[in-house]
Design a protein around this ligand. Structure first.
Ligand code: SAM
Length: 322
């Protein structure tokens, strides 16, 4: 599998406080001066592009709270070798920014929505912002940040009832979107959510009970582990990302760059390389290119199988961008 996809967490700050995403607590923010600048990100992506990275996804925290994010998109989209810049957002700030992001070079967006019920959304995210997020999805479709994918993490006791799951799935009937169910991965030490896992086989059973059998469709998903299906007569698709119940290390093409400049080659492994250190200590392009090459070539050694599951207790998704 060639390693051609880089997820960049541009900030660990977020305008939501999702219970399952940041179990370590929101106060452990990285100091501003430790966060990579746009110039640093641009330089690293340029070098990684020379080593095979073709697609970049901006994530967070919440990428839209990073000031000047459209300018960063413009810089990255202009790098030779980078074919696609995409973005994962909670959508709350998306509606007013969508046109500018599209013009800057964002190809498409993934929007996280865990419930179509206003109160459940508020409980899960700490914010009464469901309508803003849905407005962001509509605007994204309108300006062509498509295909829009909706990411929903199902957590036991919050949004795992048939009503909740069906309401999320129903979005794919009316809208040309992919609604993707992501298995909850318990990170951090927060005990209350450790048993929040709901297998996607159960989510699928619930959907099929309401809407009938799902038919497989070829993914059209060029950068992910999602498996896609369609309900009869629907405008969009349903996807399942089963990171917990299945194994897709052989097809994993991604690297993660944290907002403070570390590379995490596998979700289940500790950050393995520091790029910010050499970058700020005056490393030349040749040295950084060698390191980038080592990172890309070495990716295969890091898999869920040989990484310590203990690692999951040490970070929050908010810090690495999902
Ligand atoms: N703020 C943006 C957003 O909401 O999409 C980007 C960052 S967020 C960390 C990226 C994705 O990771 C979201 O879809 C979120 O639901 C997912 N996520 C966060 N914590 C997770 C967990 N413990 N298990 C599975 N997915 C998680």
């Amino acid at each position: 599998m060639s390693v051609n996809y880089l997820r960049i967490s541009v900030t660990d700050r977020c305008n939501l406080r999702c219970t399952y995403c940041n179990p370590l607590g929101a106060c452990d923010f990285i100091a501003h001066q430790e966060i990579l600048t746009f110039e640093e990100i641009q330089r690293l992506v340029g070098l990684l592009a020379e080593c095979g990275i073709r697609k970049v996804r901006l994530t967070g925290g919440e990428p839209l709270v990073r000031k000047g994010i459209a300018e960063l998109v413009r810089r990255l989209a202009g790098i030779s070798g980078i074919e696609e810049v995409t973005l994962t957002t909670n959508g709350v700030l998306l509606a007013p920014m969508a046109a500018e992001l599209k013009a800057a070079g964002v190809a498409r967006v993934n929007v996280s929505v865990d419930s179509m019920n206003r109160e459940t959304y508020r409980q899960m995210t700490g914010s009464d912002a469901l309508s803003d997020s849905l407005a962001g999805i509509d605007k994204a479709i309108e300006v062509g940040l498509t295909p829009v994918r909706i990411n929903s993490v199902i957590v036991k006791g919050f949004n795992d009832s048939p009503e909740q799951i069906d309401a999320l799935a129903r979005m794919s009937i009316d809208l040309p979107v992919a609604v993707r169910f992501i298995e909850y991965c318990p990170t951090g030490p927060h005990p209350a959510l450790q048993d929040g896992y709901v297998p996607n086989s159960e989510v699928r059973r619930i959907i099929e009970q309401e809407f009938g059998p799902l038919s497989p469709v070829s993914s059209g998903d060029r950068d992910g582990p999602a498996v896609y299906f369609k309900m009869r007569g629907s405008a969009g698709t349903i996807g399942f990302i089963s990171g917990r119940s299945s194994m897709f290390c052989q097809t994993c093409n991604r690297l993660r760059l944290t907002s403070d400049g570390k590379i995490k080659p596998c979700l289940y492994a500790a950050p393995a390389y520091d790029l910010k250190g050499p970058l700020r200590n005056g490393a030349g392009d040749e040295q950084l290119r060698d390191l980038s090459r080592t990172i890309v070539r070495g990716k295969g050694q890091f898999t869920k199988v040989n990484s310590a599951l203990e690692e999951l207790k040490k970070f929050s998704m908010q810090s690495i961008g999902g």
